[in-house]
Design a protein around this ligand. Structure first.
Ligand SMILES: [Zn+2]
Length: 201
């Protein structure tokens, strides 16, 4: 059995242990993995460490924390394998989601679906001119509006998914910056984070 979710409005820095304990209790599971996130494209399988993605193939929970960066869940209900990935602009530049799709295919996933959870949108994700060339090279769409430069991480990630053969994509991603009830690091310089989790049971 596969499950996944996105937890809003919690102080994950202070309460991540509490969220972890609740999830273990809710799903009656002992094992919960969470990476020490470093904006990389490092992915662990049934483990954790310095990285930004975890794939689970055994009964367990994995979670990542975000506020504006894009949380992406991949799951295959036939193979009973799921993954959760932290794809901010650096992770998107490094194509962590493509790497996740590839790793899951190596684990014999043939029916991968994807969910994109709330993150900063094209409406609000302003970037500096110095990043334009990098974003272009990384195939992350950009647009100039009112003299400012904006980037579209979610479309870049959808393109990654489609290029990897994943067409079953659920976009649940409201904008964390202008949407209601979200933590936004950009907007508030907050320490608070959302938790996105996957479960294999
Ligand atoms: Zn917005």
């Amino acid at each position: 059995m596969i499950d996944f979710g996105f937890i809003k409005e919690r102080d994950a820095k202070a309460e991540l242990d509490e969220i972890a304990a609740e999830l273990k209790q809710r799903f009656s599971l002992e094992t919960l993995w969470r990476p020490h996130q470093i904006h990389s494209n490092t992915i662990f399988v049934d483990g954790e460490g310095e990285g930004d993605g975890i794939i689970i193939t055994k009964p367990s929970i994995a979670l990542i924390r975000t506020a504006d960066c894009v949380p992406v869940v991949l799951f295959d209900r036939v193979a009973d394998i799921a993954g959760v990935f932290h794809s901010g602009w650096r992770g998107t530049e490094l194509k962590i989601v493509s790497k996740g799709v590839k790793k899951m295919k190596e684990l014999d996933c043939r029916n991968i679906s994807a969910v994109i959870f709330p993150a900063i949108g094209f409406c609000c994700f302003e970037i500096g001119e110095e990043l334009l060339e990098r974003f272009k090279n990384a195939e992350i769409p950009t647009e100039r509006r009112g003299g400012k430069l904006y980037a579209d991480l979610k479309t870049a990630i959808k393109n990654e998914l489609q290029n990897g053969g994943v067409t079953d994509i659920f976009d649940q991603s409201e904008c964390t910056f202008c949407g209601e009830g979200y933590f936004s690091y950009r907007r508030d310089k907050t320490e608070k984070r959302h938790a996105t989790f996957v479960v294999v049971k």
